[in-house]
Design a protein around this ligand. Structure first.
Ligand code: ATP
Ligand code: MG
Length: 656
């Protein structure tokens, strides 16, 4: 990589102050930054007071063997007790924990905290009967149904680390995860609903079990929820129906307490940049981090808010911001089984209207899809209950931010653009909605207690107005503890780039603007070097999306004989733009030149019907780079829709 830091080319002058009413009643105010900076350990100890501990910790942080951290040393707690039982004990048993909405429209179910407690206890008893105990791993391969949350909490209650595998993954992906973490039991369902039709899950478990067996690994039991009623193959020695094992089990279960560093779960990363990594999170610090950030960033008022995070539990956002953070905070939330457009395009907005959702957390990819379809769809619903919007997973392009703000947020809701990773466990960089003025496209400021910065090649903090590498300068409670079974790879992957300084680095490029606000610029591996200028994918993509005909864009650098690398762009047009017209490519090239500069002008722009995305909604640029450089495309196992690459390649060959 060249010595020159990222060229910071784009400019954004818009900024939105926090609404006065929200600021006046905000859960966390500006004072928290100073207090946390003055004594981070004292700050985190105070946050740990949000939880119920069976035994208090002796030491807040043990960092004597970096990068292996121990938080709340000597403390004992139970994550499920904190997420469920203590709310019931405090008299909130009748509060709704989950408003579950199935994809078939008539299919809804509310679960109060008291009901959730009964379900979790039953499931914990059933898992115990299947031989699951503290330390045993349990894989969860399920659609977005309440039993998925119940299964996760039952595992937590038993001290059995879960590994949730996205329900859309193939039997190969499931098998490799079963073997990698040595899962004793798999919890699954016959199937789930997707786009109006039942789709099967159990057959993939059967196949995965056979594939694991071929590698000498035997899963002992499969616990199956009946969701769709479709036929399933059955092995009496292994398979157990949930309605037999769980429904009949006792609702009494004595909870055990575990060390703060007891493993809570293993979660594999999205696989955007390569083979997914098995991230290990432990109990105390993780729960402190998710509970604090959920309260601070979403300003949760648990008695009046209805919170909805649209993520799937198969990725970390579902773990931290559907299960552990919100439930630890006693929130009332919506959980939805299906896709945004089933059975009709306004389904999400219908749900916001029906449940009077106040806090809404989603991904830029969804927002851009809605932009593509046009504002008439959300405009048909009453979204006035919303008071706060969140974004996660990728940079939100300024244009998408403005659309989200105006069309969904009615110009009154602040937007929190939250930067974090599977590895960080909880949100790290984000506006605080009652404190920080939001700029479209910027994640703004590290949260209180988090020391994140942008540094140059040598690890020196860059001045405002410059780009470089995003690092975290010290340990934080919800940080990953290691990669499952591979301490060496943990050290190498995250702590070797800035070993001398002891900084955590997980691969993102960023810049600080003139005011010191942080802008994410994409993966450093994706940074393009065009005639000696290092250009960010995010900035060029945002320039393309700011054109009125463009809904989504992905940019990659392809090898080029004269410039080293050349910018290649793939764009999806808005529905209102039709085929874009004959000169669309030239029009867009000029637009990028105007927005950023001639150096960023794409050599090639391809109009495509879809982009390759991971299950967590991130664009997989490495596959597009393979296309741009005429190579066989690489590993596609974490792709949401495997036909997309064929669609792109065939479209390109036919010259469309
Ligand atoms: P893998 O590590 O397997 O390649 P991944 O990094 O996509 O996959 P995740 O942990 O799900 O796996 O995603 C974290 C990454 O998502 C971050 O490193 C960052 O690149 C991106 N990201 C998340 N939130 C934001 C945000 N608000 N702005 C910009 N980028 C974001
Ligand atoms: Mg990553």
């Amino acid at each position: 990589m060249s010595e020159e830091t990222l060229s910071n080319l784009s400019r954004e002058d818009r900024s939105f102050e926090p609404p006065a009413e929200l600021a006046a009643a905000a859960n966390v105010t500006a004072e928290a930054y100073e207090r946390a900076a003055a004594d981070p350990e004292a700050f985190w100890a105070e946050q740990a007071g949000r939880l119920s501990w069976e035994r208090e910790w002796d030491q807040v942080l043990d960092w004597s063997n970096p990068p292996f951290a121990k938080w709340f040393v000597g403390g004992r707690l139970n994550a499920a007790y904190n997420c469920v039982d203590r709310h019931v004990e405090a008299g909130r048993g009748d509060t709704v924990a989950l408003h579950w909405v199935g994809e078939p429209e008539a299919d809804t179910r509310d679960l109060t905290y008291a009901q959730l407690q009964d379900e979790v206890n039953r499931a914990a008893n059933a898992l115990t009967a299947l031989g699951v105990g503290s330390g045993d791993r349990v894989a969860i391969y399920m659609p977005m149904i309440p039993e998925a949350v119940v299964a996760m909490l039952a595992c937590a209650r038993l001290g059995a680390p879960h590994t949730v595998v996205f329900g859309g993954f193939s039997s190969d992906a499931l098998a490799s995860r079963l073997v990698d973490c040595g899962a004793k039991v798999v919890v699954t369902s016959d199937g789930g609903y997707r786009r109006g039709a039942p789709s099967a899950l159990k057959p993939a478990v059967d196949e995965a079990r056979a594939k694991a067996a071929a590698q000498d690994f035997e899963v002992e039991h499969v616990l199956v929820v009946r969701r769709t009623g479709q036929d399933v193959a059955w092995d009496d020695a292994v398979d157990v129906w949930w309605h037999d094992a769980v429904a009949g089990a006792s609702t009494e279960h004595t909870c055990e307490f575990f060390d703060a560093e007891h493993p809570l779960y293993v979660m594999y990363t999205s696989g955007t940049t390569g083979k997914p990594k098995g991230i290990l999170h432990t109990t105390g610090g993780y729960l402190v981090g998710t509970s604090f950030t959920h309260d601070a960033v979403f300003d949760l008022k648990r008695d009046t808010d209805v919170y909805w995070c649209t993520a799937d539990i198969g990725w970390v956002t579902g773990h931290s911001y559907i299960v552990y953070g919100p439930l630890a905070n006693g929130a009332t939330q919506v959980m939805y089984e299906g896709t945004p457009d089933a059975p009709f395009k306004g389904r999400w907005w219908q749900i916001v209207q029906d449940y009077k959702v106040t806090i809404f957390y989603t991904a830029p990819t969804a927002i851009r899809t809605f932009m593509k379809q046009g504002r008439e769809i959300p405009d048909g619903f009453d979204l006035s209950s919303l008071r706060l919007l969140g974004s996660v997973g990728e940079s939100i392009n300024p244009e998408a931010y403005m659309w989200y703000r105006e069309v969904i947020g009615g110009e009154r809701c602040p937007i929190v653009d939250t930067w974090w990773q599977t590895e960080t466990g909880a949100i790290m960089i984000s506006p605080l909605p009652g404190v920080t003025a939001g700029k479209p496209g910027s994640a703004m400021t590290p949260l209180p207690g988090i020391e994140a910065d942008v540094v140059d090649e040598a690890g020196e903090s860059v001045p405002n107005g410059s780009g470089g590498y995003l690092v975290v300068k010290g340990p934080w409670p919800s940080m990953l503890r290691t990669l499952w079974g591979d301490d060496d790879r943990y050290v190498e992957t995250y702590w070797s780039r800035f070993r001398k300084q002891g900084y955590y680095f997980a691969g993102d490029g960023a810049k600080k603007d003139e005011d010191g606000a942080i802008w994410l610029l994409g993966r450093v591996d994706d940074v393009m070097n065009v005639s000696g200028h290092r250009l960010s994918t995010t900035e060029i993509e945002s320039a393309l999306v700011s054109h009125p005909k463009v809904a989504e864009a992905a940019v990659v650098g392809a090898a080029d004989e004269t410039t080293g690398q050349a910018v290649c762009a793939f764009v999806i047009l808005r529905d209102s733009a039709g085929d874009g017209g004959e000169d669309i490519v030239e029009e867009l090239r000029k637009h990028v030149a105007k927005e950023i500069g001639a150096i960023a002008k794409p050599r090639q722009i391809m109009v495509v019907p879809e982009l390759p995305k991971t299950r967590s909604g991130k664009i997989m640029r490495r596959l597009l780079k393979d296309v741009a450089e005429n190579r066989q495309v690489g590993d596609v196992t974490t792709l949401a829709d495997s036909s997309v690459m064929d669609l792109i390649s065939s479209g390109l060959q036919s010259g469309k």
